[in-house]
Design a protein around this ligand. Structure first.
Ligand SMILES: Cc1ncc(COP(=O)(O)O)c(C=O)c1O
Length: 402
């Protein structure tokens, strides 16, 4: 692409694609493969965010591309969700049932994470007959009105109030604060490890205590594993770290192998709520055959390559190397598996670090709710050489940024 064509494309992007930020990354993407994105000038970027948690198996995984090529000529959209028997969807649901704990064996497929959260909220409302919810400070569950109502950050909430969902916010990680979960609560929605809240891993007693509190109150426990699910934290599902079986697990991001796909998964008796009255929760495109074929191929690849185990081992390596860099500028390094947070001394330094790292070819950014925390969620397939390179650039950039 010549300079003029690129300039026009960027101009049209600014003018016609609704902008969500005054300073988008703005890479003019040519192609992507594994851990790398290339722009139209041939410049390579190492994607330490996996397209924000999507490309766990890497960009353009060969098995996923083959599955898309195989499915596309057979049928694309055939019928609204839940009416036709579509093999890729059924097989993916079956595989999720094998991975999920307990008897969580029924999946409702959606197009996105926020849409799956909305489904879980409706499920809890109807199943319990209750109208109140509990969520946690610093949590993020998406940007539809229901999902946004689960977020306590005034900066994001205020322009859209009233959000019309009765939500009580509790401190994340505080097992002693869970008494507020009472018999009026339909569901408690929690990220096992908070992502946008600044990569916060709760103390080990927190999730078991949360399970017990929900059991006492008769409230559903909904684990939002949109970011943490499918191997990222070193387990197929992060809930396995604490041997906690939620009532509902919400998935998206990596689920579609790079295509849009979300799901919420629960036990049969609970999920049956959604067929009474008939058609009380449906979607046109949810569980699209192309997305399910891609997701199925991606998940099979991840299982075959043992990517959850790899995430655990690689995560240890990253954490140890990054902790060696801790000091006045890098004040904390934390994470679980390949979901890692770097807490810098202040927000200007964090911005300067992200900017310089980007100039040096690393894609990374600070989290939505904590502008002093850089979140790293590299592809789980990142090679040793790519890892060494990324860690070197991070070390150098920490020294140089100002
Ligand atoms: C934990 C979590 N839940 C839900 C969502 C919303 O997913 P989506 O952007 O697909 O609607 C996100 C997105 O970043 C997320 O990180």
């Amino acid at each position: 692409m010549n300079d003029e064509a690129r300039g026009q494309l960027v101009e049209s992007f600014r003018r016609h694609v609704c902008q969500t930020s005054p300073s988008p990354l703005g890479i003019v993407v040519e192609r992507a493969s594994g851990s790398t994105l290339w722009d139209v000038d041939g410049r390579a970027y190492t994607d330490l965010l996996s397209g924000i948690g999507v490309a766990g198996i890497g960009h353009c995984n060969a098995d996923v591309l083959a599955a898309i090529a195989d499915q596309a000529p057979r049928y694309l959209h055939a019928m609204v969700y839940g009416e036709a028997v579509e093999q890729p969807q059924v097989e993916l649901a079956k595989l999720l049932a094998e991975l999920a704990p307990g008897d969580l064996s029924v999946a409702f497929f959606t197009n996105s994470g926020a849409e799956a959260i909305e489904g879980a909220l409706k499920l809890a409302r109807k199943h319990t007959g209750r109208t109140r919810y509990v969520a946690f400070r610093g949590g993020y569950h998406g940007d539809t009105t229901g999902a946004l109502a689960l977020c306590d950050n005034e900066y994001f909430r205020a322009p859209f109030e009233p959000l019309q969902l009765d939500v009580r916010f509790l401190p994340f990680g505080d097992a002693a604060g869970l008494d507020a979960i009472d018999e009026e609560i339909a569901a408690v929605i929690v990220e096992p490890v908070q992502g946008e809240g600044g990569v916060r891993v709760p103390p080990k007693e927190f999730h078991p205590a949360l399970r017990a509190a929900c059991d006492r109150a008769g409230a559903l426990l909904v684990f939002d594993e949109v970011l943490t699910g499918l191997g990222r934290t070193g387990r197929w599902l992060a809930c396995d770290h604490w041997q906690v079986c939620p009532d509902v697990i919400v998935l998206a991001k990596a689920l579609g192998g790079g295509l849009p796909l979300g799901a919420f998964v629960g036990r049969p008796s609970l999920m049956a709520t959604l067929s009474d009255p008939p058609l009380c929760h449906v979607t046109t495109f949810g569980g699209h055959p192309l997305s399910c074929a891609a997701g199925l191929a991606g998940l099979r690849f991840a299982l075959r390559e043992r990517l959850a185990e790899r995430a655990e081992a690689q995560g240890r390596r990253w954490l140890s190397a990054l902790r060696d860099l801790a000091g006045e500028r890098l004040v904390d390094v934390r994470g679980l598996g390949m979901l890692i947070g770097l807490e810098l001394a202040d927000a200007p330094l964090t911005r300067a670090f992200a900017r310089l790292a980007f100039e040096r070819g690393l894609i990374l950014n600070w989290t939505l709710h904590r502008d002093t925390v850089i979140r790293l969620a590299p592809p789980l397939v990142m090679t040793d050489a790519e890892t060494e390179h990324a860690l070197d650039v991070i070390a150098q950039t920490l020294r140089d940024c100002a």
